[in-house]
Design a protein. Structure first.
Length: 252
């Protein structure tokens, strides 16, 4: 075990699978006390078992303010402080502006943007009391560039990018840093489900791979390394930044 995050209390949402799981394992490896938050408690408990006795599992829906407040209160009561918040929970609905339903639009923004804002707002007082902290928002390359059939998802991630910058400006004087990670296509259950719904999944996968000059899709661990850096004191002078981790996707 390394100790880049020693004595830090780190909350990770959407921690049961994919990028959230990889970040949780990486944070724990760096000696953070990890709090796993999500809707699927069984998945969270699986990750907690991988980490060991130090992980705290809290089942909560990040789109609901009351559940967020309950979760944050529990963290502070049990662990005393909050040093890191990784807003990773998200949803993706595919479609053009005509195809996306109102329900899909609302769910996308409720989880991807509103939940992130509510969690950050709820965690700020504890970070302030701790003398500072790091908020890491999981955005997307599609929050920087648009794409076909992402008429709800891309705007939601664009909102995450700008909310990140605004919060960095508002809270920098409190030693609270706010940064965004923008992954491209990463091999997760989330991505597999999207590709699996295509008429020709093999062709879609090949197309996705070809869009990345590095010649492969990402792995959750490719994202976790940057998340550890942003959570650590090594990034003490980094705030308001947007970091593409995309295998060269945006360079094309």
């Amino acid at each position: 075990m390394d100790q880049r995050l020693k004595q830090k209390i780190a909350i990770i949402t959407g921690a049961g699978t994919g990028i959230g799981r990889a970040c949780a394992l990486a944070f724990a490896h760096e000696d953070a006390r990890v709090v796993l938050i999500g809707r699927r408690q069984n998945r969270l408990e699986e990750v907690a078992r991988e980490i060991g006795n130090s992980a705290l599992v809290i089942s909560a829906d990040v789109s609901k303010a009351a559940e967020i407040e309950r979760a944050i209160d529990e963290v502070v009561e049990r662990l005393g402080q909050i040093n890191v918040l990784l807003n990773n929970a998200g949803v993706l609905h595919i479609g053009t502006a005509e195809q996306i339903t109102e329900k899909q639009w609302d769910e996308t923004f409720n989880i991807n943007v509103r939940g992130l804002w509510l969690l950050s707002r709820a965690a700020l007082p504890a970070m302030r009391k701790a003398g500072g902290g790091s908020i890491i928002n999981m955005a997307s390359v599609l929050g920087i560039n648009g794409a076909r059939n992402r008429a709800a998802y891309a705007p939601s991630k664009g909102a995450v990018v700008l909310l990140t910058k605004c919060m960095a400006i508002d809270h920098g004087h409190e030693n609270i840093r706010v940064n965004a990670i923008c992954p491209s296509f990463v091999e997760t259950d989330f991505t597999s489900a999207v590709i699996g719904k295509a008429a020709d999944p093999k062709a879609v996968r090949a197309e996705r791979v070809a869009a990345h000059p590095i010649g492969r899709l990402g792995k959750p661990e490719d994202i976790a390394g940057l998340a550890v850096y942003l959570a650590s004191d090594e990034s003490a002078w980094v705030t308001g930044a947007t970091f593409p981790v995309d295998g060269g996707y945006l360079a094309v």
